[in-house]
Design a protein around this ligand. Structure first.
Ligand code: MN
Length: 230
């Protein structure tokens, strides 16, 4: 069974259950524990999770007034993990903060506060209920994400998602394609074409494990991890 390392955050259960339902074996990893290079030698996939804001000094900006730091040392640990996993082409799924983190780790930038910096933005911060559908996204045809979500989309390109973020990707890191946007132009997914599996999504597919809307995304990830294992 594919062993999936999941970056620890304050609310792990939905991430863990989504991996289990897709046939993987989840383990929690965090700063202060096993070093990234040791982890990568024994796990088959890496998942980065939601949480606080990435330190804007890491992409050369001063903090916006709304900046709320993540737990101590999370940025450094997860950046090291993301860079090593991508360098080794280890299957990688990055969710919400995780997508922002990997974008910064690989040289991209972030919008620090959507409500004050994106004119006409939709409501992207809808905290409860956690699986409430907040807005639609348009998924890029031909992307891996589009293939994975094929059974869940309307018209072959529209998907409804939840949303609990006040930041988003501004410029995508080199090597990444933007693969979903919301109607206000906010970037909602990205991927590295041709990678074993490297997808980031700005929404929280893990909150839907009971009803299975995004199970195919987790199954694709775990299958890629299993393929690497073999
Ligand atoms: Mn959103």
């Amino acid at each position: 069974m594919a062993l999936i390392a999941i970056a620890q955050n304050r609310r792990m259960s939905d991430y863990m259950e989504s991996v289990r339902r897709a046939g993987g074996e989840p383990i929690e990893v965090a700063a202060g524990g096993e070093a990234p290079e040791h982890l990568l030698a024994r796990v088959d996939g890496i998942m980065l999770t939601g949480g606080g804001d990435v330190d804007p000094s890491l992409y050369g900006e001063a903090p916006h007034a709304t900046f709320q730091a993540a737990e101590a040392d999370r940025d450094q640990f997860e950046i090291a993990l993301a860079r090593a996993a991508i360098a080794a082409d280890i299957p990688f799924l990055a969710i919400c903060r995780g997508m922002q983190l990997v974008n910064v780790a690989m040289g991209g930038t972030l919008i620090q506060d959507i409500p004050s910096q994106v004119p006409g933005a939709l409501g992207h911060s809808v905290p409860e209920p956690r699986s409430h559908v907040a807005h639609e996204v348009w998924v890029a045809k031909g992307s891996r994400l589009s293939t994975l979500l094929a059974d869940h989309m309307e018209d072959g390109e529209t998907c409804h998602v939840n949303s609990r973020h006040h930041q988003s990707v501004a410029t995508a890191a080199p090597g990444f394609d933007v693969t979903a946007t919301s109607p206000d132009g906010v970037i909602e997914a990205m991927e590295i074409p041709g990678a074993a599996f490297c997808i980031g999504v700005q929404w929280h597919p893990e909150n839907f494990w009971r009803t299975g809307e995004f199970r195919s995304l987790f199954e694709g990830f775990v299958q890629a991890a299993n393929a690497r294992k073999r």
